[in-house]
Design a protein. Structure first.
Ligand code: ADP
Length: 419
């Protein structure tokens, strides 16, 4: 039975939340967009719908979020979690306020909380003010964010500008005292006419208290931090074999890297030093028609099965600049993404069922080419990067690595977590 239906306003935020819930013992399925009817969600404790709604016009974000909530409710969810960024990324027009209001209407409930705190990542809320590290949000680099500049750290005020509902505060003293005190504070806030409360939290212990106090709310909103206490509040305990290996479909393994980030380049260097067979894509040769997906697929097939072959376009900044000068920035990127997507699409039919893809955009292109609609979240390979197994469609084990994530031995060690 789905205990928690989650709606995340962007993809990496969805994965972050999925990992948090999985670590706390939930079976988690993450879907790309509103879940398809064909995807079987029946054994999930939590389903996390990844939207791309953070900076959409408010009406669109509301419509997408409600479509997700509807699908989650059809799948059995009675509790809903709206996940946004731990820096409360939004403008005075939304979308945190409007989506929260819509979800309260949707669940016919009259009260929820908002807590972006994530102390492990240096986001804390004290007296309703959001701190990023040692400084107020409004003094952090978020003040100059290109899409959602955050110039006010007082979240009661920030959220108050986004909604017609009255916004209150449950402060540190109550959170410090424990779940009963927080529930009493909720009741006082409700009696005072507030429909949303910002809740202070400066430690994981506070997040767990909030989870325990919030288990009967139909809607909880926040960063992934505040989800930490919810599984236990729903009676789910961390699994004894957490961090254990993931059963994976039999088949060969390969690595596709289109990220040029420093971490990925270090991982490639480490893989090459360890003797990994590798094919480097030269963007200029690709533009001249001298390299093709078919040719690379033949090369992959010729490699021995004992080591996962690596295909990469990753290059240092000078080489990237050279390619971009000749081909254009966007064109170079798209050409390489298309090539990697074409390779990914053809791999399953050639017996490859275990893939690591490095790069956010590159992963997006590969996953779209593979037709992946939903993923079951498996063990964490590195902070922010789980193994996943596809649901519906071709059965694959996928590790989708954002460019700068993971230690140097990622491409070598990740396989150890597969059965
Ligand atoms: P990251 O997660 O590191 O940001 P992305 O995959 O999101 O990685 O973005 C990397 C972008 O750079 C992609 O569009 C990719 O196609 C492009 N790219 C990869 N290799 C090269 C290269 N050698 N020259 C120019 N662009 C490249």
């Amino acid at each position: 039975m789905i205990r928690l239906g989650c709606i995340a306003d962007d993809l990496t935020g969805a994965t972050d939340l999925s990992l948090m819930l999985a670590r706390e013992g939930m079976n988690v399925i993450q879907t790309a967009g509103v879940p398809d009817r064909q995807v079987d969600l029946s054994d999930a404790d939590a389903v996390v719908v990844a939207l791309k709604s953070r900076t959409n016009p408010a009406a669109e974000a509301v419509a997408q979020s409600l479509a997700a909530a509807e699908a989650l409710r059809k799948a059995g969810a009675k509790h809903f979690f709206f996940k946004y960024c731990s820096t409360f990324d939004s403008t005075d027009e939304g979308n945190i306020g409007p989506v929260t209001e819509a979800l309260l209407d949707f669940t016919k409930s009259d009260f929820t909380l908002a807590c972006p705190a994530f102390p492990a990542n240096k986001r804390s809320v004290y007296r309703g003010h959001l701190f990023v590290g040692d400084v107020l949000l409004s003094e952090s680099s978020m003040k100059d964010h290109p899409l959602t500049p955050m110039r006010d750290a007082n979240l009661v005020r920030v959220l108050g500008r986004q909604t017609k509902l009255s916004v209150g505060l449950v402060a540190y003293e109550d959170v410090e005292k424990g779940p009963e005190a927080v529930r009493a504070a909720f009741a006082r806030a409700k009696a005072a006419g507030h429909r949303i409360v910002i809740v202070d939290a400066v430690s994981d212990a506070h997040l767990r208290v909030i989870g325990a106090a919030a288990h009967d709310l139909a809607v909880v909103t926040g960063g992934s931090g505040v989800a930490m206490g919810l599984p236990l509040a729903y009676g789910i305990k961390p699994k004894a074999d957490a961090g254990a290996r993931m059963p994976a479909p039999k088949g060969r393994a390969a690595i596709l890297a289109g990220s040029c980030s420093a971490a990925t380049r270090g991982q490639i260097a480490a893989a090459l030093a360890a003797g990994t067979p590798a094919f480097k894509i030269d963007p200029l040769a690709l533009a001249d028609g001298k390299v093709s997906a078919a040719q690379i697929l033949d090369w992959i097939a010729d490699q021995g099965a004992e080591r996962a072959p690596l295909v990469y376009s990753s290059a240092d900044p000078a080489d990237v600049a050279r390619a971009q000068d000749k081909l254009g920035r966007a064109q170079a990127g798209e050409m390489i993404e298309h090539l990697i997507a074409d390779i990914a699409r053809a791999l399953p039919e050639r017996g490859f069922s275990r893939l690591i893809v490095a790069g956010g955009e590159t992963s997006g292109a590969a996953v779209a080419a593979l037709g992946v609609k939903a993923l079951r979240i498996g063990p964490e390979i590195a902070p922010g990067v789980p193994w996943t197994r596809t649901l519906g469609g071709t059965d694959l084990a996928l590790a989708l690595k954002s460019g700068n994530f993971g230690a140097e031995d990622f491409f070598i060690k990740a396989w150890d977590l597969l059965e």
